[in-house]
Design a protein around this ligand. Structure first.
Ligand SMILES: *Cc1c(COP(=O)(O)O)cnc(C)c1O
Length: 368
């Protein structure tokens, strides 16, 4: 029996995608081989990577002056590649600066990496409010090389309700946990990046969508593998790309298209999230710690109302254990914030959310 997996990542993939991949496992498209065995430069693989890019462009309405790159190293490597390519100085030159809005643990990691290569200033942070909201975004300074935000904060369960206006300063966003979850105006950004393992496919593939005028600014000392200009010039084939991950991502994109595209996905995701937030509003045992205006559609943390620490911890561990026994797995919150969290990405069907609410109602009734 397949479980409902509420993991923040790697997370559920659509069943039709897994079944299609299984049916093509040993002989993909009549090639007599698995996609895993194909040369990345072969006539067999070329249509796979091209189809994946074409579908992503179509679904996200990516303008023609943007490149799509399939890289490795996860979103975490982008924390380094972004400052290295968009804001690092040549040796002997003065440091540049960039703005980072601090909305949680992933933002913090991006800031720490950025600070190695440039002056990473942090004009706004919601740390003093335990990251329960998105702070107001101050205007950038003219000398900012870029302006970085984490669009959806996977761990604390917040998202930017509107996109900040940054004028001529390129807006850079980590969209690892919200890419394709609802419509997004790509033209407002200089660069978008996402690890695949939440909404796109398996771990190991990273997608970067970058405006062409931002390519080619890396100082000469930046290593080849970390340069957008090299990856762009080689069509993501400078070295062996994560071929199988790109193939599965293509199947996921086909599935998104087949289920109505990103707008339909956005409506389903809003409905799923509303179901769960509404349940939390009526619950007498659990509540959402996140401020209403900043709530994520993808990652929904919840905590017991119980104020006694020992009883709360006990309730949490019983909850996670009993839920898993009922086929609802990976509901523990992030180790740094505690509580519980339901990640309900694109591939989580509404039935999974209903099953969780059902379970929680019964759990409440039997623990009063
Ligand atoms: C998961 C996640 C990351 C880290 O991704 P890796 O692929 O493990 O490097 C970074 N940012 C956000 C918003 C995430 O959700």
């Amino acid at each position: 029996m397949r479980v409902y997996n509420f993991s923040p990542g790697p997370s559920m993939l659509p069943l039709p995608v897994l079944e299609k991949a299984a049916s093509e496992m040993t002989d993909a498209h009549g090639s007599g081989q698995s996609v895993m065995e194909m040369s990345h430069r072969s006539k067999d693989f070329k249509p796979i990577i091209e189809k994946t890019e074409t579908l992503l462009r179509e679904l996200m309405d990516i303008p023609a002056n943007y490149k799509v790159l399939f890289l490795q190293g996860g979103a975490s490597l982008q924390f380094s590649m972004i400052p290295l390519n968009l804001g690092a100085a040549e040796q002997g030159e003065v440091k540049k600066q960039a703005a980072y809005i601090d909305t949680g643990i992933w933002s913090k990691k991006a800031i720490d990496e950025g600070a190695k290569y440039l002056d990473a200033r942090v004009p706004a942070s919601s740390q003093d409010r335990a990251y329960r909201c998105i702070p107001a975004a101050p205007a950038p300074e003219k000398t900012d090389a870029f302006y970085h935000i984490t669009l959806n904060n996977t761990i604390v369960g917040t998202k930017w309700a509107s996109i900040p206006e940054t004028g001529a300063v390129p807006l850079v966003a980590d969209v690892s946990s919200c890419i394709l979850s609802e419509p997004l105006d790509v033209s407002k950004f200089g660069l978008l990046y996402a690890g695949a393992q939440k909404n796109l496919g398996p771990a190991g593939t990273t997608v970067v969508i970058i405006r062409e005028d931002l390519i080619g600014q890396a100082p000469s000392w930046v290593p080849a593998m970390l340069r957008y200009d090299i990856h762009a010039a080689e069509g993501s084939l400078y070295n062996t790309p994560p071929c199988y991950g790109i193939y599965i991502t293509g199947l996921v994109l086909e599935w998104v298209k087949g289920t109505g595209g990103v707008e339909a996905m956005g409506r389903r995701n809003s409905d799923k999230a509303a179901l769960f937030y509404n349940y939390l509003e009526r619950s007498t045992m659990f509540r959402s710690p996140v401020e209403k205006a900043s709530r994520s559609l993808m990652n929904i943390p919840f905590v017991p109302v119980e104020s006694d620490e020992t009883r709360r911890k006990d309730l949490e561990s019983r909850f996670v254990k009993e839920a898993a026994a009922a086929g609802l797995i990976n509901l523990a919150g992030h180790r740094l914030v505690g509580g519980m969290r339901a990640s309900i990405y694109n591939a989580m069907p509404v039935e999974g959310v209903e099953a969780l609410i059902n379970f929680m109602e019964k759990f409440e009734a039997s623990h009063v």
